[in-house]
Design a protein around this ligand. Structure first.
Ligand SMILES: Cc1cc2nc3c(=O)[nH]c(=O)nc-3n(C[C@H](O)[C@H](O)[C@H](O)COP(=O)(O)OP(=O)(O)OC[C@H]3O[C@@H](n4cnc5c(N)ncnc54)[C@H](O)[C@@H]3O)c2cc1C
Length: 399
């Protein structure tokens, strides 16, 4: 019986949203020289990336993110062509700007304008005319961006993994990485009690990033929280179909956001919880208070979307102090790259996967990722005082 291989050019640690994308993009050139290792079963729902949908948008508060988002749309298109399937569904995006918000609408609008992204300011009458499903007082205005929409998250993850395997990559589930050691110019990785060797590593371990980095003697100031989304059994589902209803965000710090019907017979909506949690000791029990908050918001502002709760799904978020990603080579380890999604990365999953491969192969990224440096001041554990930032659309976190 042939002995299973244990030596590869690349090992990807973590096959959630970002790691699955990295395995796919690396496999396009390196094929069977790629090994992906996942601690739970492939496609599990214990991390950050499992659900029917995640918001994709160009509406960001600085030009680096807007340009990276533009690159993300191009990369999804390339991946979709290879998969022969569609994962990005443009539904239009409506960002509501209530008077009490502490977020800067101007930073979003000037960043979009600087990058040639079309958008419209809608007053209350415009909103009623264009999206009669919403109920808001006259003092509310919104910004509409036509390219916003959703990514079919779990389907896209499965497609990245399917194509990585088609290209020759080996993907192993239920194999927790328990040790990483330097081995000459490469690395030795212990997973599921077996030893694997590789020249280069990708660390895309999400909420467990520090568990992986500790083997390299490194710790980042990360915070993990438990979040949830709720699906409501609206009696008027057809009114919330993609094409009739946009993705929407109520632009405050701990904001509400929602989707057209996709993947389930319910209208999905959510509010950020930011409840700190130990990813290894979390419960999967939804928070009734959060469900009631979202239910009340729908009843008031999108009444025909409201109905009995179909179900709520919990998941994890990994926060960085400045809410910017980590997407970089690990200092002192030119053969190791790391990505942390900082609460808003799924829309960028494929371009982040592609960029991780570029950094490993050439040390350079084709996109501007200077904002996401591993060793930027706010990421140095000794300087990271508290988690305070400008809000970021679907997750505006505070400490
Ligand atoms: C409720 C909610 C709503 C969101 N909404 C949006 C949105 O609308 N738009 C958007 O862009 N983003 C959104 N996000 C954020 C986005 O989903 C995340 O930023 C992204 O999915 C992070 O992916 P990841 O691969 O880093 O993490 P994960 O998917 O958690 O992947 C990490 C993987 O590493 C594995 N792993 C960890 N340790 C080990 C080990 N020792 N050995 C082997 N494997 C290991 C884990 O099991 C896991 O599979 C949302 C997140 C949540 C929770």
């Amino acid at each position: 019986m042939t002995q299973a291989r244990n030596s590869f050019d690349y090992i990807v640690i973590g096959l959630g949203g970002l790691g699955s994308a990295a395995a796919y993009w690396l496999s396009r050139e390196a094929g069977r020289e790629v090994l992906g290792i996942e601690r739970f079963e492939l496609g599990h729902e214990r991390g950050e990336s499992a659900d029917h949908s995640r918001i994709i948008r160009l509406t960001y508060h600085n030009t680096q993110y807007v340009r990276f988002a533009q690159a993300s749309y191009r990369t999804w298109t390339e991946m979709e062509e290879d998969a022969g399937d569609q994962f990005v569904i443009k539904t239009g995006e409506v960002n509501f700007w209530p008077a009490e918000t502490t977020l800067s609408e101007e930073s979003y609008n000037t960043s979009m304008a600087a990058c040639g992204v079309p958008f419209e300011r809608l007053d209350a009458n415009d909103i009623r005319r264009r999206f009669p499903q919403f109920r808001f007082t006259d003092d509310i205005h919104a910004v509409y961006q036509p390219d916003g929409g959703l990514v079919a998250a779990s389907r896209a993850n499965a497609a990245h993994r399917r194509m990585a395997r088609r290209n020759g990559a080996t993907l192993l589930g239920n194999m927790p990485v328990t040790a990483i050691r330097q081995n000459g110019s490469g690395y030795r990785v212990t997973a599921g009690g077996r030893e694997y060797e590789a020249g280069k590593l990708v660390i895309a371990a999400g909420p467990w990033t520090n568990d992986a980095l500790k083997h390299l003697g490194i710790r980042l100031p990360l915070r993990v929280t438990q979040e949830q989304v709720t699906y409501f059994a609206s009696p008027h589902l057809e009114e919330f179909a993609p094409g009739r209803f946009p993705v929407w965000i109520w632009m405050i710090l701990d904001n509400f956001y929602g989707f057209p019907v996709y993947g389930a017979n319910g209208v999905k909506a959510a509010r950020d919880r930011f409840a700190p949690v130990d990813p290894d000791r979390r419960s999967f029990i939804p928070d009734g208070g959060n469900e009631r908050d979202v239910s009340a918001f729908l009843e008031r502002h999108i009444p025909r979307a409201h109905g009995p709760v179909l179900y709520s799904r919990t998941c994890l978020l990994t926060h960085t102090p400045d809410a910017d990603f980590v997407l970089d080579t690990v200092p002192g380890h030119p053969g190791v790259v790391c990505a942390v999604g900082a609460t808003h990365a799924f829309k960028f999953a494929s371009v982040i996967g592609k960029t991780l491969g570029e950094l490993l192969k050439t040390g350079r990224a084709s996109e501007d990722v200077s904002l996401f440096r591993f060793d930027r001041p706010s990421m140095r554990a000794d300087t990271a005082q508290s988690f305070q930032i400008e809000g970021f659309g679907e997750h505006g976190t505070v400490s």
